[in-house]
Design a protein around this ligand. Structure first.
Ligand SMILES: [Zn+2]
Length: 426
């Protein structure tokens, strides 16, 4: 029974966090390998792993399974066979809740970050009802199997006061309190974070061996550009307020071109440059504003107007080439500042379909704006988090935030991580 751990419970909870992280990073591992990797005593690892198996967090794999990180068979030992453990992908759940403009999305995910249910979507007819509806969704979807809740939102948050300071989710209600969501969560640990950092958590979950690297993840959507900077497996989110790394509001060189004014109050923000309004202003031909950016980019990519490495500083006549050049200028500034190992492009919404063509063009343009010594060192890659046919998966991303909290990469806004009860088969 788990009650036996009441003595030294704190240490045990920390061991649970450490061991879940170690197993997730390696895919599968024996207790001996976990002890070596975490530098915990073998007896401690054995005891805590046994509790985690009984509580449905880990499951035992067949003896002699491959240790994923080393790609080597587990070494045979005398006596007890080397049974590996892996994360249990079915018994326990994390609830992911995404606060979005005019709607909420929630879903249950496994401790491996895989969906366990179809996402539930709720329309928010008035900003004043956002928190009440979100709390209702939490009450409805939490089950005895739930061990954590991840709540994501665009914009800036005050985690200590559980407030949305400035967000497109509730633009008329700055400082909106999310306390009712915590009340609905009861004693479950809740992580609250900017949606881009949650996306970074999801990326790290899918590429766990990159934990020691510095990564700039860049999300590109029509009129919405954001980034998460991750240093040594941790999001760079601590500052005077918590938020994403606001790449979209970097100011770029626009010569005499008028850029639509940004809601942040500035007038040369890169996310207003990379938008359908800007594309239309520069000569897009579609009738409605929606989709002009994607149409403009596609025409330019297909007609070869983007070829020949668009440069950050270039004053191109092709609208798409000019917009990509300005976006590259902003990203190059970030890369020069941060010196990451990797830049990861993520397309959201209709931009996602263009990423295979846009990635090389954009990456080359960024390289053109880098300090020479960085040019061969930074790796550019594309990542598509969406399932086939999907263009967005925000609730799943919020779930990854909850898992990041369970593995010690996020501090709970409320509650604390602990094993709860035992899961019985069936
Ligand atoms: Zn702005």
């Amino acid at each position: 029974m788990l009650q036996q751990t009441s003595k030294g419970l704190k240490a045990t909870d920390q061991h649970v966090i450490t061991l879940l992280h170690a197993v997730l990073q390696r895919g599968q591992a024996s207790r001996a390998i976990l002890a070596r990797h975490t530098r915990l005593r073998p007896n401690t690892v054995g005891g805590v792993v046994d509790m985690m198996v009984r509580a449905g967090w880990l499951t035992e794999s067949a003896p002699g399974s491959v240790d994923a990180a080393n790609s080597q068979p587990a070494r045979p030992t005398r006596g007890r066979p080397a049974v590996s453990v892996e994360v249990d992908g079915a018994s326990r759940e994390v609830l992911g809740l995404a606060l979005l403009p005019h709607r909420l999305r929630a879903t249950r995910v496994s401790l491996l970050g895989k969906p366990l249910s179809d996402p539930v979507e709720v329309e928010v007819d008035a900003e004043e009802r956002l928190v009440e509806l979100a709390a209702g969704l939490v009450s409805e979807l939490v089950s005895p199997r739930t061990v954590a809740i991840g709540v994501s939102s665009p914009g800036l948050v005050d985690e200590a006061r559980m407030q949305l300071l400035f967000s497109s989710t509730a633009p008329q209600l700055p400082g909106l309190s999310l306390a009712a969501i915590l009340e609905a969560a009861g004693d479950l640990p809740v992580a609250l974070e900017n949606d881009l950092h949650a996306l970074g958590d999801r990326w790290r979950l899918s590429v766990p061996q990159t934990d020691g690297q510095t990564v700039v993840l860049v999300s590109l959507a029509d009129g919405a550009v954001g980034s998460s900077i991750m240093i040594g497996g941790q999001a760079a989110d601590a500052g005077c307020v918590r938020g994403g790394n606001e790449l979209g509001h970097l100011q770029v060189h626009c010569a005499d071109r008028q850029v639509p004014r940004c809601y942040c109050g500035q007038s040369r923000c890169v996310e207003r440059v990379f938008s359908s309004e800007m594309a239309q202003q520069l000569g897009g031909t579609d009738d409605s504003v929606d989709g002009v950016l994607v149409g403009c980019l596609r025409r330019s990519l297909e007609s070869g107007l983007m070829s020949g490495e668009p440069r950050c500083s270039e004053d191109a006549t092709d609208p798409a080439r000019w917009m990509v050049g300005r976006l590259a200028e902003a990203v190059a500034n970030v890369v020069n500042l941060v010196r990451p190992h990797r830049v990861v492009w993520v397309g959201d919404g209709p931009v996602n379909a263009l990423m295979p063509q846009l990635n090389p063009v954009l990456s080359q343009a960024v390289v053109g704006g880098l300090i020479p010594v960085l040019r061969d060192r930074v790796v550019f890659e594309q990542w598509c988090p969406h399932a086939a046919g999907q263009t967005s998966c925000t609730a799943l991303t919020a779930g990854a935030l909850g898992i990041a909290m369970l593995t010690g990469q996020r501090v709970p806004a409320a509650g604390k991580v602990s094993l709860r009860g035992e899961v019985h088969a069936g």
